[in-house]
Design a protein around this ligand. Structure first.
Ligand code: GLN
Length: 503
């Protein structure tokens, strides 16, 4: 049996019935990674030894008749922006290339309590800045459906490894679309929970008011199971919300009868790929046939979302990234000033550290990539005196307007359905030298982060070239249950999620 192909709920049955062991499951995944991952590059770090030890431990518990949870013994991959004790955490950056955290993120602590098997850390755009996983200091990640295309980003590695069966599930982070957009491009399920639903403690900060940890899975049932495990208040994260966590699997009902599906007219704009538009319109028809009520809604400030995001996110990033100074964490520039000229890598004067400020500058210049530097400059500018009111404060006001748009729309409907990305996966290199084009690929996902809402991407079609297309279902705050119910109904009545890439 090809164990790596299965979902967590299928594997849990096999474990409980003692038809497969966690050791066998984990081994089957590593064999596949070792054989095929060089084509995809979805991992930065693998932790095979630790994983197999843990698997044996779970198997012992099962053989002793101890009860296990629904994700015990299941191999899961973690985006390399989530802190893992004693396991290198690079954030896709050279500046953290040697950083080994001394603490676990809350989600990792929860995983350890449940005996989850951590496979390794996944490839990503540096500090989660990007939409293609090309901004990684560890090489580009490729889309398993077509290796000349990008897997989406910034959680491209976490999406690609689930699509390629290099992990049963994975965790990612979403600041402006970084879970939903790669999920859509890799044909898997990606959920960004409500801001505050999942603890951010140990998630390396990019834009703290927007960042949220979320899930990648092969189907909706696994999505509900994984959300059950990671959701909930955490005293270590003051922005996590004190609110009861329902059992999300209770929402897995094949029933669209009572759902009011809102369609925002502003999301069907010029510039969206025809095949994407067709897939979304077909999906709306599917909902209609299943008995859902379709209502038109309006989100009039949508066109300002990307502009507001590219003030707010870089502003927060410029402050969050100030800590990488070559002293507290990771990489520090080398002082080769004392070496003879023959042993100096660059120009002699470049390599001499003349002062502490010079050391900070050289460390950051060598440690950060292009996109991160661009964001730090943007953010520093937007926050500087005289410009703060003109840019940052204005962007915050736009953010409120966008939030108000959603509040109004949700008076008329239970969920809002939109495209995830204006195009299917694009070619590697196609947008990397045109940041504005790259930024526009998040036009349908960014408003959701600005408003702090939950949203999912689920497979809803394929392009003629065989690339997956995703459908976004946006919910009211803390109404992940309704999203899951709607998504589950769609999944149970369509076949898109059953198709797998050939690698
Ligand atoms: N692509 C967006 C950006 O580059 C969103 C990234 C994210 O969600 N982490 O900022």
């Amino acid at each position: 049996m090809e164990l790596y192909k299965l979902t967590a709920h299928e594997l849990n049955n096999l474990l409980v019935e003692k038809k497969a062991s966690s050791f066998e499951i984990t081994t089957s995944i590593y064999e596949r990674i070792e054989k095929l991952n060089k084509k995809i590059n979805s991992y930065i770090t693998l932790t095979k030894e630790l994983a197999l030890q843990k698997a044996e431990k779970v198997d012992k518990k099962i053989s002793k008749g101890e009860k296990i949870s629904s994700i015990s013994g299941i191999p899961i991959a973690i985006k390399d922006v989530i802190s893992t004790r004693d396991i290198r955490t690079t954030c896709g950056s050279k500046i953290l290339s040697n950083y080994i955290p001394i603490y676990d993120a809350t989600v990792i602590e929860k995983f350890k309590k449940e005996d989850v098997i951590i496979l390794g850390k996944t490839n990503m755009d540096e500090f989660a800045m990007g939409s293609s996983t090309e901004n990684s200091a560890y090489g580009v990640c490729r889309n398993p459906w077509n290796t000349s295309t990008i897997p989406g980003g910034s959680s491209g590695g976490s999406a690609a490894c689930v699509a390629a069966d290099f992990a049963i599930m994975s965790l990612g982070s979403d600041t402006g679309g970084s879970i939903r957009q790669p999920a859509s491009m890799c044909g898997v399920v990606g959920l960004k929970p409500t801001y505050g639903r999942v603890s951010r403690y140990g998630l390396v900060a990019f834009a703290s008011s927007l960042d949220q940890i979320g899930t990648f899975t092969k189907d909706i049932e696994d999505c509900a199971i994984l959300l059950n495990m990671i959701a909930g208040h955490d005293p270590m994260d003051s922005t996590s919300v004190v609110k009861e966590v329902p059992n999300y699997t209770q929402y897995l009902k094949n029933d669209a009868q009572k759902v009011k599906v809102g369609i925002p007219k502003e999301y069907f704009v010029k510039g969206t790929d025809k095949e994407v538009e067709k897939a979304i319109l077909n999906s709306i028809e599917t909902f209609k046939k299943l008995g859902a009520e379709i209502v038109e809604v309006s989100l009039p400030h949508t066109e300002y979302a990307v502009a507001a995001y590219y003030i707010i996110a870089p502003a927060e990033a410029s402050s969050n990234l100030a800590r990488y100074d070559g002293v507290h964490y990771g990489f520090r520039t080398e002082n080769r000033g004392h070496l003879p000229a023959s042993q100096q890598a660059g120009k002699t004067e470049d390599r001499k550290i003349s002062s502490i400020v010079d050391m900070y500058e050289k460390t950051r210049d060598e440690g950060f990539g292009e996109e991160v530097k661009r964001r730090i400059m943007l953010g520093t500018y937007a926050l500087s005196s005289g410009y703060y009111e003109a840019y940052y404060l204005k962007a915050l006001k736009v953010r409120t307007l966008i939030k108000n748009d959603f509040d109004k729309a949700f008076k008329k409907c239970d969920v809002i359905v939109t495209p995830v990305s204006p195009t299917p996966a694009f070619k590697i290199g196609e947008k990397i030298s045109d940041p504005l084009q790259m930024y526009l690929s998040d036009i349908f996902t960014i408003p959701v982060n600005l408003a702090g809402l939950p949203a999912i991407s689920i497979p809803c079609g394929f392009s003629k070239g065989g690339l997956p297309i995703g459908l976004q279902i946006i919910g009211k705050p803390f109404d992940e249950g309704q999203i899951l119910r709607t998504a589950y109904t769609f999944e149970q009545n369509t076949e898109y999620h059953n198709k797998k890439p050939k690698i």
